[in-house]
Design a protein around this ligand. Structure first.
Ligand code: C2E
Ligand code: CA
Ligand code: CA
Length: 640
């Protein structure tokens, strides 16, 4: 049953119930009123009889005087009875009963009432219901009883009362119906508004007020119908901000929220009225452009990218943004919302990977892209479940010939796709922001394994690769410290490798975090040194203690004199800055010897060992001539 019907019925029900109760009360009051009126009339008549018929000289009442009284005061429904104490009775009015029988009926009716010698009551005579009131005539031996035939009078008053009650009921019910209709319309309107608000929330993003994924799907369905009818394709774009994660981490979530709201407004201003902008979550937006072919979509993408390039202010901070856009078209790239979105997503990741700002989905490149998407999704799960493996590659001190450290390198053995190179999955992790979790997960495992080696007597350090994304995250030093505390090793046993090229991209913010890590006692080294363009001034300012020469210079040292010269320069430079030097990519005894001649401190490469799992490196350490136990134990013996 509809809510409004329920409301109308219940209000009418309550009205009828209250009408019955109040009707009952009214009837009782009116009935009581009748009795009172009757009594009043009797009193009045009694007084008049006393004044006129029972003057002091005439002390007897005769039938004619009673008839006279009757004619004066009675109505067709009433009759009078006069009883003398000597037992004689006179009656006046419309009755066929003998007066003595009437008197005895009144007497027995009086006995039936609760109060003894009651002065009113009811009795049935001659198929008539009589209501009687009785009164003693003052200073005389007479008692006067007034009887009213209720069968006719009562009936009429009942009808009158009934009519009144009926009229009142109709008016009240009519009012109740109106009232309930009014109430139900107010309540229904409120409910409707509430429902609309709930529906709006279910279909819109709470932060930006833009349509969400569900509403976008609805609109895509609509666009499909129109496109089908008009035979004009439509475009679906997916847009992801390029620098949002860094801004969010560095300036806080509130700032990030303000930025998303601002960006959504900027984009909306560039769109046509019938285009739709939706937020899919995080910094990912979708745009639906009805009646749009390739040229139109490209113009729109460029307009959006240009508008984002114009700097805008958020809380007095000047920001400019950039984005990557992937574009797919209906019907050529898919005939349902899901497929179209997936393909626009693939194109968007391609735009990110190739830094081409916008890319139109191309079926021919799809297999490559599908793999990227699969890896992206699976990597998220793998990291979440701590299922990435860590391999270790030893680092040998060239002065003592002993292993002094191991570099932790992430390994991913995909259950379906087999071994995935870190060269492939690390960039994916960086692009998707998974790199921070990945780094912490590798750090946790590496520090734990380092503790194991220490417990076995190998005084080893552990080198962990840190992505630049971690250096934009204010909470990173704290999180790393927590992992360190629970591992049981010291910060000076940990070396953090930061790649030179990425370090130089945003040195300002990174240096703050590097200072914190340095203060916490971690060793910091610049990885792949020589491939970037490190300013010497920065090198002096950064709290770095190690330079790690990029392997490309070491590989060719045997044949290429230029590379040898570069290596020599880096070693001298590092030593001038009081930094140690690590040469990685040492594959031959010859290059190892050359490095030793150039004064290199530490060497790492396939010449010693490829990166291998913990257990294998433990065995390697036991059997290798580069055994660290030898160093620590022997050195301690020599020192003692
Ligand atoms: P990288 O930090 O420069 O790591 C050294 C890479 O050189 C490793 O490749 C290692 O296997 C390889 N290598 C070492 N010695 C030799 C050698 O003598 N000859 C040759 N041909 N190669 C050698 P891998 O493990 O494939 O890692 C590649 C890159 O992936 C690493 O370069 C690093 O940038 C990144 N990566 C690996 N694991 C992690 C990680 O846990 N976190 C981060 N952020 N990056 C990682
Ligand atoms: Ca490294
Ligand atoms: Ca390196």
């Amino acid at each position: 049953m509809k809510f409004s019907t329920q409301l109308v019925l219940s209000i009418i029900g309550i009205t009828i119930l209250s009408l019955s109760v109040f009707g009952g009360i009214a009837y009782w009051i009116i009935d009581d009123g009748h009795n009172q009126n009757h009594n009043e009339l009797l009193k009045h008549i009694t007084t008049i009889i006393h004044k006129h018929w029972l003057k002091t000289d005439i002390k007897t009442l005769t039938q004619p005087s009673l008839n006279e009284i009757y004619e004066k005061f009675a109505t067709p429904e009433t009759l009078f009875l006069i009883e003398n104490i000597d037992g004689t009775c006179l009656v006046a009015g419309n009755t066929t009963l003998p007066p003595s029988e009437l008197a005895s009926n009144i007497a027995s009716s009086s006995k039936k009432t609760d109060t003894a010698h009651a002065n009113h009551g009811t009795l049935k005579m001659d198929n008539h219901d009589y209501h009687w009131n009785t009164s003693q005539l003052p200073n005389s031996q007479y008692r006067l009883t007034l009887l009213r035939d209720d069968s006719t009078g009562q009936h009429q008053s009942d009808i009158k009362l009934g009519m009144r009650l009926l009229t009142t009921s109709i008016i009240i019910i009519w009012l109740a119906v109106w009232l309930s209709l009014l109430l139900s319309s107010i309540i229904s309107r409120r409910l409707k508004e509430k429902n609309e608000a709930i529906q709006y929330q279910a279909m819109h993003d709470s932060l930006t007020g833009l349509p969400n994924r569900s509403l976008l799907f609805d609109r895509i369905d609509q666009a499909q119908l129109t496109s089908h009818r008009n035979k004009i394709p439509f475009a679906l774009m997916i847009m992801d901000l390029d620098n949002f994660k860094e801004i969010n981490d560095a300036l806080g979530h509130h700032f990030g929220d303000l930025m998303l709201t601002k960006v959504s407004k900027i984009i909306q201003e560039t769109l046509r009225e019938n285009d739709s902008l939706a937020r899919l979550g995080g910094d990912e937006f979708a745009l639906l452009l009805p009646d749009t072919e390739q040229d139109g979509a490209i113009i729109c993408a460029r307009k959006i990218l240009n508008s984002l390039k114009t700097p805008f202010n958020i809380k007095d901070t000047r920001i400019e943004s950039s984005a990557s856009i992937g574009i797919a078209f209906y019907p050529q790239d898919g005939d349902d919302a899901e497929t179209l979105l997936q393909r626009a997503d693939i194109a968007m990741y391609q735009a990110k990977r190739t830094r081409s700002h916008y890319v139109i989905y191309d079926q021919n490149k799809d297999s490559d892209n599908v793999r990227q998407l699969k890896l992206m999704n699976d990597l998220r799960e793998t990291i979440k479940n701590d299922q990435l493996n860590v391999y270790y590659q030893p680092m040998i001190d060239q002065r003592t010939g002993c292993t002094i450290a191991a570099e932790a390198l992430a390994r991913w053995n995909h259950p379906e796709l087999g071994f995935i190179s870190p060269e492939e999955f690390i960039p994916i992790a960086e692009r998707t922001g998974l790199i921070r979790k990945l780094t912490l997960s590798i750090a946790k495992q590496a520090m734990h394994d380092c503790k194991q080696w220490q417990d076995m007597g190998y005084e080893m350090m552990i080198a962990i690769n840190i992505s630049t994304h971690c250096l934009q995250d204010q909470s990173f030093p704290k999180k790393l410290n927590q992992i360190l505390q629970s591992s049981g090793i010291s910060a000076y046993n940990v070396e953090l490798e930061i790649t030179e090229t990425v370090l130089m991209q945003d040195i300002g913010r990174a240096s703050q975090i590097l200072q914190q890590l340095d203060q916490a006692g971690f060793n910091l080294s610049i990885d792949d040194f020589g491939t970037g363009f490190s300013s010497l001034a920065y090198l002096k300012e950064l709290p770095v203690n190690t330079l790690k020469i990029d392997k490309s210079f070491i590989f060719d040292m045997d044949n290429n004199e230029d590379d040898t010269a570069i290596v020599q320069t880096i070693i001298e430079l590092a030593h001038n800055f009081n930094c140690k030097v690590i040469a990685e990519g040492v594959e031959t005894a010859n290059s190892l010897q050359q490095l030793k001649n150039l004064g290199n401190d530490i060497a790492q490469g396939y010449f010693f060992s490829k990166p291998i799992p913990f257990e294998e490196l433990t065995l390697w350490l036991q059997n290798s001539k580069w055994n660290p136990a030898y160093t620590t134990k022997k050195l301690k013996e020599i020192m003692m």
